[in-house]
Design a protein around this ligand. Structure first.
Ligand SMILES: [Zn+2]
Length: 369
């Protein structure tokens, strides 16, 4: 009897043991999937990704970080590199077929996750290729945040980059065209009758361009023609100068393409091309062809000199009538011309005031727009 009881007890024990073993097995087998469902609920990643994170032993690194679609996507591709885990977590995913490949190339170049977010936020695929095909450019995030950054010039900014100049200077100079030699990469101006047209050694008027509203200035204020608005402002300026006891005259206003061509060729014959280029514009590149520039004479009918009282008056007052001194001393490299204390350009009162306040050339002003 006792033996039987004992055996019965053994069977019960064995059953319990078997039950426990089976239960543990079931739990163990399903533990990963149970855990993964739980983890995916708290992290946002799908179950398969969680398994991969656990396999790669990186779950602990990401569990306190917000969900990253970039990480979830890249980890299943050939582009995944565990060294960039922190970067993947911070890079905003972009729906673009080349995103993962480009991101991995940019990371290899040395770009940070912040750079890459800015690059994808502000640049096109073309520019991304420029970055991939050039050396690492450490100021990319700073340069694209400057409001006159011109994306089509990205490669030129990179090539012109140097440690001495600040980024704003680099952008301004490249926007002007100074990274290329004078009269190279010449752009044909489209809106030639615009009162704010920029004509210089990089921007050219058409040979047959004649401003639409040229008017001859009153003979009591000298000689020459200007566009209507500039003519009126010039005469007002002469009258105001007269009220202050200062006499100024127009010396040379509008000049046609053929007139400029004769002048320039004449100077080249005398001084040679290199010298002539420092003070005379090639035809099509003269501001005088716009009908918005005037070479001003003093009361003795000579070109204004910076010792003249007329010069001082003009420097202090011309902007009130919309005129600026165009070729400044110390800015020869930017304007491409020697200092000309007599050459004034009409840009309108508002722009003239702004330029005077900024203390910059018109070339720089346009490049910063
Ligand atoms: Zn001039």
């Amino acid at each position: 009897m006792a033996r039987k009881k004992k055996r019965k007890l053994s069977i019960k024990k064995i059953s319990i043991v078997i039950f426990v073993i089976i239960t543990i097995s079931i739990i163990t087998v399903n533990f990963d999937s149970i855990r993964n469902v739980y983890l995916s609920k708290i992290s946002g990643y799908n179950k398969e990704s969680i398994s991969v994170f656990i396999e790669n032993d990186i779950y602990k690194d990401i569990k306190n970080h917000e969900y990253s679609k970039t990480l979830e996507t890249i980890i299943n591709t050939e582009y995944y590199n565990k060294n960039y885990l922190d970067e993947y977590l911070d890079i905003v995913f972009v729906e673009n077929e080349n995103f993962l490949q480009n991101t991995s190339l940019l990371l290899d170049k040395g770009y940070s996750s912040n750079d890459i977010n800015n690059i994808y936020d502000k640049l096109t695929e073309n520019s991304i290729n420029v970055l991939i095909n050039n050396d690492y450019f450490k100021d990319i995030t700073n340069i694209i945040s400057i409001n006159y950054f011109k994306e089509d010039k990205l490669e030129r900014y990179i090539n012109y980059y140097n440690e001495e100049d600040d980024l704003e200077t680099i952008l301004t100079y490249v926007n002007i065209g100074l990274d290329n030699g004078y009269y190279t990469n010449v752009i044909e101006i489209e809106d030639q009758n615009n009162l704010l047209v920029l004509v210089n050694k990089y921007n050219k008027l058409q040979n047959d361009f004649v401003p639409k509203d040229l008017e001859t200035i009153s003979s009591k204020y000298g000689n020459g023609s200007l566009r209507k608005e500039a003519r009126i402002a010039f005469e007002e300026m002469c009258a105001a100068a007269k009220d202050d006891g200062i006499t100024i005259y127009g010396g040379s206003g509008y000049r046609s393409y053929s007139h400029q061509l004769r002048l320039y060729n004449n100077y080249v014959a005398i001084d040679g091309k290199i010298e002539a280029d420092t003070y005379s514009a090639r035809a099509g590149h003269s501001e005088h062809q716009t009908g918005l520039a005037m070479d001003i004479l003093n009361g003795r009918w000579s070109f204004i000199d910076d010792n003249d009282k007329e010069y001082t008056w003009l420097v202090n007052n011309s902007y009130k009538y919309g005129f600026i001194l165009r070729y400044l001393e110390g800015k020869e490299e930017i304007t491409g011309y020697m200092y000309e204390p007599w050459h004034y350009r009409f840009v309108g009162v508002d722009v003239a005031k702004e330029i005077i306040q900024l203390g910059i050339t018109y070339d720089e002003y346009v490049a910063k727009k």
